[in-house]
Design a protein around this ligand. Structure first.
Ligand SMILES: Cc1ncc(COP(=O)(O)O)c(C=O)c1O
Length: 359
């Protein structure tokens, strides 16, 4: 199987797995201890959580605190609801964790349009009274990198806070230093599933979503999993250490994939993009058929349609694609553990299967 769906999730780094092992709490160990208990095993687990918190914080700007959550979806919900601002503005191509949450909290949410590359205009004029602006750093479907620094400035100039969903960018590119709140997820940076974090600028008060024992500085009650925290921390530290190496590797992969799939059209921005994402279209392509024929390649339909929802991707629609083109799009995602040869092999198979459809 050739795995080309790194936007959906990434493999667990062996280093992250090793860091988790002591805290899984197998027989004869004390690794299962509750990190909120005051006894010695509890304190040891709490210390491991704090090491992990520092490792995750190192990926994020200085001057803020890291709150562990169950993932980025929860972190984004906590941010959007917790700031208590009535009027929200979000980009048209945010993840559903932002779009749907914002629309639920504020039915009059302002939707910021994007251009054909998927970019929000940093000169966007924000209407009076908007309390929070949310724009993602790297789009999960098309890989476009937003001018988040300039968008945060625009939000601040309008008196609003700036929330950045950095799920697809964290550990790969520098964080948006002037954001007020940032959400990240471990399983997109070679860590385990089931844990994410919200970074909150010092001095900014949030109301919790989950009440109870008051863990995580009162912002997220519930017993933490030291194993998940340790895996997240180790994955974050590794990503930081390997950032240049990982980027050079995906650049090489991107170049080869683009060469092999030269007749396909890129969806998104050619210049402002994360190179581990390749969203391509070929007019007339039957993506459902392509996916069912290529059983040894795990990739995604560019449009949510072929994955069974029946709807065209709001991201591809947002960049102006007509239904027909959105439905003829695929998304390839690759990263640290993708070998050049397997990517070449998969791309050749994809191109040949499309050609066999007569497109
Ligand atoms: C851009 C983006 N935001 C948010 C999420 C949600 O993250 P999680 O799976 O940690 O809830 C994802 C995951 O698909 C994503 O790609």
């Amino acid at each position: 199987m050739i795995y080309l769906d790194y936007q959906a999730t990434t493999p667990l780094a062996p280093e992250a797995l090793e860091a988790m092992r002591p805290w899984l709490g197998g027989p004869g160990t004390m690794g299962f201890a509750n990190p909120h208990s005051p006894h010695r095993p509890g304190r040891a687990a709490a210390a491991a959580v704090e090491v992990a918190r520092d490792q995750v914080a190192a990926l994020l700007p200085p001057g803020g605190r890291v709150v562990f959550t169950s993932g980025a979806t929860e972190a984004l919900n906590l941010a959007l609801a917790g700031v208590g601002r009535r009027h929200l503005a979000v980009s048209a191509i945010e993840h559903a964790a932002v779009l749907d949450t914002a629309r639920t909290l504020d039915p009059a949410t302002t939707i910021l349009p994007v251009d054909e590359e998927g970019l929000v205009d940093p000169a966007v004029s924000l209407r009076q009274g908007i309390g929070l602006v949310a724009v993602m750093q790297v789009n999960n479907e098309i890989g476009t990198i937003q001018p988040v620094g300039r968008l945060a400035d625009a939000a601040h100039a309008a008196g609003a806070l700036f929330l950045c969903d950095a799920v697809q960018g964290a550990g790969k590119i520098a964080p948006p230093a002037n954001a007020d709140i940032i959400a990240v997820s471990a399983h997109k940076l070679y860590g385990p599933k089931g844990i994410g974090a919200l970074w909150v600028r010092d001095g900014l008060e949030l109301a919790p979503l989950i009440l109870g024992g008051g863990q995580e500085q009162g912002l997220r009650s519930g017993t933490l999993s030291p194993a998940l925290c340790a895996g997240f921390g180790a994955a974050a530290a590794l990503s930081l250490a390997r950032m240049e190496e990982d980027e050079a590797h995906v650049a090489l992969l991107w170049k080869r994939a683009r060469e092999i799939l030269g007749r396909w059209t890129l969806n998104g921005s050619e210049e402002s993009r994360w190179l581990g994402n390749l969203n391509l279209r070929l007019p007339g392509l039957d993506v459902t058929r392509l996916m069912s024929e290529l059983r040894q390649v795990a990739f995604s339909a560019g449009s949510a349609c072929a994955s069974g929802s029946g709807r065209t991707s709001h991201v591809l629609k947002g960049i102006g694609l007509v239904d027909r083109d959105a439905k003829a799009s695929i998304r390839l995602g690759f990263g640290r553990y993708t070998e050049v040869r397997e990517l070449e092999d998969a791309c050749a198979q994809i191109d040949a299967a499309a050609a066999a459809q007569g497109v």
